[in-house]
Design a protein around this ligand. Sequence first.
Ligand SMILES: [Zn+2]
Length: 294
Amino acid sequence: MKIKIPVHLKTSLKSSFFRLAYLYSRINKSYFPNDEFGICSICGNFSKFWFNGLFNAESKVVCSCKWDEEFTYNINLINSLHCGYCMAKFRVRAAAQSLLDYFWQGKIKFINELVQKLKNNSIKWSALETSSSDGIFSNYEIPSIIKSEYYDDVPRGNFKGNIKSEDLQNLTFDDNSFDCIISLDVLEHIPDPWIAFSEIKRVLKPKGAAIITVPIDRRNQYTKKLADINGGKINHIEPPSYHSDPLRKEGALVFTNFGTDIQQLLTSKNFNASVKEYRNKSGTAYQYVIMIFK
Ligand SMILES: [Zn+2]
């Protein structure tokens, strides 16, 4: 028998776990003075954004990449500064802000507000979010928002619980299916990200937009391929790098290290794209959000 844990219980368990971790990190003084206050673009609360000292002060926990101290510091900031209410990290809040700005230009201010409007059918809008556990809609369940993951053990198009098994290089959806595709820190792990960008554009409806993040070091001008797949086998061009992955113990292999040329590369491949940099209040963290328009 399968036991289904409701989303609100999962959120509350996650939140209790994080609170304990924060408490522990403060007892150990293993945090940086980066906490700040602000309004959360996900839940809408005026909230304290916590820097997570326990998991992020030591970069090795986050990534096995050979990132230097400066970039690791930014990665740690954007992967924490968690909202004290809904736990959304800075990266997710920046992506949510770009979504709200593009689709509602200030008329809907928080994701929570958008979700209520979708629930009472006062607006019609659909989305595919490709990172189910750590995304804009992770704390919500609404029929018009499909969540997906790349599973090794679930056939493409099938569901594992509420999550659909999808490969971004070969989506199971028809052309013009969604108003929005959200893909946060996924494309660097895809053997051919350019096929994924095309697939994303294909399933977007006209006037739709994709909200995409990938880790970009602002000092890194050029996008570089670290690995590819040849005859079904992984071919390492550079020493392998892995990012932590909730689904895989060994982590997820990085195929592409994106640079600040991403906008130029997308334009040269005929994508209508924009790249915007988001900053936190104190300006210590930066997050690039890539948008693809149709
Ligand atoms: Zn929040």
